[in-house]
Design a binder for this molecule. Structure first.
Ligand code: FES
Ligand code: FES
Length: 164
């Protein structure tokens, strides 16, 4: 099978990848680049565990061909958690007890990151709507929603503090 050469920008770094045209971004992230923080489950766009940021938007990487991502900015959970000092969401998830088995959490944090970037002071209903595409079998969602609300409040406080 013929291969195509791709230059992908992931977490701010360029990766040159030789791959088959049918492979998804999720395949390349996990199998070729070892970025296994992005999880895999349904492969049908139903569960959200494979969520990454593509040009700042939360998308299901199991539904995207890697070839569609050339020239775009991809951020995975590894990139979110290594953004200097920007671990407010991760801390909030821990503080709120929002993590049980943990399998859904990378996708939740990616979706919440994109959402809070656009909605820094959301309501609970807005958080629930924003996370509707991310399924969790363990937590019942309330603690996850609490964590995102807490992260929004903390980010707002830090931003206002930085501005002083
Ligand atoms: S693995 Fe992509 S949405 Fe479920
Ligand atoms: S914490 Fe287990 S699936 Fe969400």
């Amino acid at each position: 099978m013929s291969r195509i050469a791709l230059a992908l920008t992931i977490n701010g770094q360029r990766h040159d990848v030789l791959t088959e045209a049918h492979r998804t971004l999720l395949d390349v992230l996990r199998a070729d680049l070892g970025l296994t923080g992005t999880k895999e489950n349904c492969l049908e766009g139903e569960c959200g565990v494979c969520t990454v940021l593509l040009d700042g938007m939360a998308v299901d990487s199991c539904l995207l061909l890697a070839a569609q991502c050339q020239g775009r900015e991809i951020v995975t959970i590894e990139g979110v958690s290594s953004r200097g000092g920007d671990d407010v969401l991760a801390r909030a998830f821990i503080d709120c007890g929002a993590v049980q088995c943990g399998y859904c959490i990378p996708g939740m944090i990616i979706s919440a990151t994109a959402f809070l970037d656009e909605h820094p002071s959301p309501s609970e209903a807005e958080v629930r709507e924003a996370l509707a595409g991310n399924l969790c079998r363990c937590t019942g969602y309330q603690k996850i929603v609490d964590a995102v609300l807490a992260a929004g409040r903390t980010s707002g406080t830090e931003t206002r503090g930085d501005a002083r």
